[in-house]
Write a new protein. Structure first.
Length: 532
């Protein structure tokens, strides 16, 4: 169990928290009924937190805690999306402000950080409402403050327990939630982040969810007052460069124009969010006090309508490819390709750009990596702002993506194309071989640097001294339940002897098989294998 959090540990927690938000994103979107039922709270929280994580990636691995959290808070401010995302950015700013004075976060520092973050978040909202993320934050801060002693795990555990209880009370506090039969989406997202911190301190890193996501909650939107025509019609957000003494004037002006006003930031840079009927006036008020940029205006009626849009014909395809040869193969199947590599996950923005490039109203995304599934789902949520529907097939391996892309037909109806690709990907069993770079425990036992490792269905299941022998064992395991086609994808480190060892073995033992050898050009994995 960790007793303190330093710079390295905080970065590991952030990666776990981002994965947890990614898995919860669709559920949080479904819960979103307040302040407007536009179904984007989970996506906004994820994109805000992803921006925070991205701001830290350029820092050296040994960067101290204060610098990590400062970059994290600034990244969240610049990338904040939606009401909940801006409040989350302000919460992170509070943590960074306190921990700027500490080399590590212990229990005492955590108490200060949680409480300052809560105070700043409540101050940032012009008209705070009980039953929202603010109520959950306040409960967590109060519980943390009352913990006897200064053990970090105890402080965080108390905050998590109180946050869960506060979340369960939100329907009692907010009529819109009670009528829809849900808890607050933003508060639920904050609980997800705090829970991952508690689990991380206990030594349990979050494991991304695999396969098909659980069924989403059924939410009754028919009695939401926020659907009435009398409410503000637009959401306006922008970054604003302005001196602090002018921000009070802007707050007053925007409060008179609309509601759900949140202004966060400092040091001359602010992120502004407001719901208004006149978006032009909201932007003009910003021009009166400073220089606005990254201006976003969303029409609520269009966002709400998209929650019930049905798929249309004309299907685009986006595929993540881990090597130049794989990219070519996907492009030949009609896909717009997002380049990746082992250890480098694409960003939400990269996938969203590829979705746009298809020019199709309905797009299928093949992540081809388990850790990229959540990123692809976040991009799918963001694409709704542009009236593009996106289906993410949770392909965890390149060979699964190749199998799906092989049956893609853009002229088919969207549902039919998705079903065909899902069936093809699901019927493909995947394997790979690589060389261990560090000592680790696998399901096959201990491996040391230089050992040959075999991956079977995402699990490091074979350890050996000879790469060819391990590759043969992997393909045999994949064929144990049958198969008609074996696909071998050569990486940059694959020599002819490795490929020949596997193909010769298959010719001797399974003459009924069709064997295809492709040039993938991927790094780190000399050979990828698929069985269909």
């Amino acid at each position: 169990m960790l007793e303190v959090l330093d710079g390295r540990a905080s970065r590991r927690w952030a990666r776990s928290a981002l994965a947890a938000l990614g898995d919860a994103r669709e559920e949080l979107d479904a819960l979103n009924v307040y302040p407007v039922p536009d179904g984007d709270t989970g996506t906004n929280l994820y994109l805000t937190f992803e921006a925070a994580c991205s701001a830290v990636t350029a820092l050296p691995p040994d960067t101290e805690l204060r610098a990590v959290l400062e970059a994290f808070a600034k990244g969240a401010l610049l990338g904040a999306r939606g009401n909940s995302g801006i409040i989350l950015a302000q919460l992170l700013r509070g943590w960074a402000d306190v921990l700027a004075e500490h080399e590590v976060m212990d229990g005492a520092a955590a108490k200060q950080a949680i409480n300052l973050a809560d105070e700043q978040a409540w101050t940032a909202v012009a008209a705070p409402v009980e039953g929202t993320i603010l109520s959950v934050s306040r409960a967590a801060a109060q519980a943390a403050r009352q913990v006897p002693g200064d053990r970090l795990p105890d402080v965080v555990a108390a905050a998590v327990a109180a946050a869960r209880e506060a979340l369960a009370r939100t329907p009692e506090q907010l009529p819109a939630l009670r009528r829809a039969g849900v808890v607050d989406a933003g508060g639920c997202g904050l609980v997800v982040l705090l829970q991952t911190l508690e689990e991380f301190l206990e030594g349990h890193a979050y494991r991304p969810r695999r396969g098909r996501p659980p069924a989403l909650p059924v939410v009754d939107l028919t009695h939401c007052d926020e659907l009435d025509a009398d409410g503000p019609a637009y959401e306006v957000m922008y970054l604003l460069e302005a001196p602090e003494e002018r921000v009070g004037t802007l707050r007053s002006a925007l409060s008179a124009l609309g509601n759900s006003l949140v202004v966060v930031g400092g040091g001359g840079l602010w992120h502004v969010h407001v719901h208004v009927d006149d978006p032009g006036a909201a932007i003009e008020r910003a021009l009166d006090v400073g220089r606005p940029r990254r201006i976003r205006v969303a029409h609520f009626a269009e966002q709400i309508a998209r929650r019930s849009i049905r798929p249309r014909t004309g299907v685009g395809l986006v595929a993540c490819a881990a090597g130049p040869g794989l990219a070519t193969l996907f492009e030949e199947s009609g896909a717009v390709v997002v380049r990746t590599a082992p250890g480098r996950r694409p960003s939400t923005g990269e996938i969203l750009d590829a979705v746009r490039l298809t020019g199709a109203p309905f797009v299928v995304v093949l992540p081809n990596d388990g850790d990229t599934v959540a990123v692809a789902r976040a991009a799918a949520g963001a694409a709704r702002d542009e009236d593009i529907r996106v289906a993410v097939l949770p392909t965890r391996a390149q060979v699964q993506g190749l199998a799906a892309a092989a049956v893609h037909d853009p002229t088919h109806a969207a549902d039919a194309d998705v079903v065909a690709m899902s069936a093809a990907a699901g019927a493909a069993r995947d394997g790979a071989v690589t060389i261990a770079v560090r000592e680790a425990i696998t399901t096959a036992g201990l491996c040391r640097p230089g050992d040959a490792l075999g991956v079977v269905q995402g699990d490091f299941a074979v350890v050996g001294s000879d790469l060819a022998a391990v590759a043969v064992e992997v393909v045999d395991r994949l064929l144990a339940t049958g198969g008609e086609l074996v696909t071998l994808v050569r990486g940059v480190e694959a020599d002819d002897e490795l490929v020949a060892a596997v193909t010769d073995h298959l010719r001797r033992t399974r003459r009924d098989l069709e064997v295809a050898v492709l040039d993938g050009g991927q790094e780190r994995y000399p050979l990828l294998m698929g069985v269909e």
